[in-house]
Structures are given as C-alpha cells and as structure tokens.
Write a protein that binds this ligand. Structure first.
Ligand code: HBI
Length: 101
C-alpha cells in the first residue's frame, strides 16, 4: 500500500466512534487490552504482529503479564493515518472474546 497521508484531528475523532476502546492523544491512537493471563496476551500479540508485518505497519506496545498497551501512529506521516485504523480494527478483532477492557 502507498503510504497514506496524515488524517486531520476531526477525521480521527469521527472515525473513533466506530472503534471501541481506542482514544486519540498526542497524535496517536491508544488502547490498553487486558487478557486472562500472559498466554492469552501473547497469543494476541502474535496475531497482531503477523498482521503488522502484512501491512508493513508496526505498533508501539508494552506488555506486562496480561496487559498490552498499544500506541499506533504512522511515523513516516507524523500522525494517525488509515493504516493505524486498519491495524487497530484488526487488533479489536483479535481481542474480541478474550480481552477485558
Ligand atoms: N510502522 N507505525 C509505523 N509507522 C511507520 O511509519 C512505519 C512502520 N513500519 C514500517 C515502516 N514505516 C517502513 O515502511 C519505513 O520505515 C521504511
């Protein structure tokens, strides 16, 4: 995919209404996922990593035991782009059923 352009703040806010759990702060999309245990958290991260590789678009994330804090931005564009929404939507799908907010 060609590198998409940075979305305006208003566009990000509007898109977020269809993306449960995520917030827009400091030019990034943020969400914290909680799972039953480390194994469930790491299984989620593995699936997300595969999707990230397919998209050539990678999360900033931080894992402690059953928690995965994720920040998404497009470094090349200096903000949030369509790619961040694609990965965030995929992550919500991978977490569905196994993550507690
Ligand atoms: N991941 N989040 C994020 N942002 C980028 O700009 C980015 C990336 N992964 C790979 C990537 N850019 C490469 O396309 C370039 O750095 C070459």
């Amino acid at each position: 995919m060609n590198r998409p352009h940075k979305l305006a703040d208003e566009a990000v806010t509007s898109r977020l209404t269809a993306l449960p759990g995520w917030a827009h702060q400091d030019g990034k999309l943020h969400r914290e996922f909680r799972f039953a245990d480390f194994s469930a958290a790491f299984a989620f991260m593995t699936r997300a990593a595969m999707r990230a590789e397919q998209l050539d678009h990678h999360p900033d994330w931080f894992n402690v035991y059953n928690r995965v804090k994720v920040q998404l931005s497009t470094h090349d564009a200096g903000g949030v782009t369509e790619l961040d929404f694609l990965l965030a939507e995929a992550m919500n799908g991978f977490a569905a059923g196994s993550a507690n907010q």
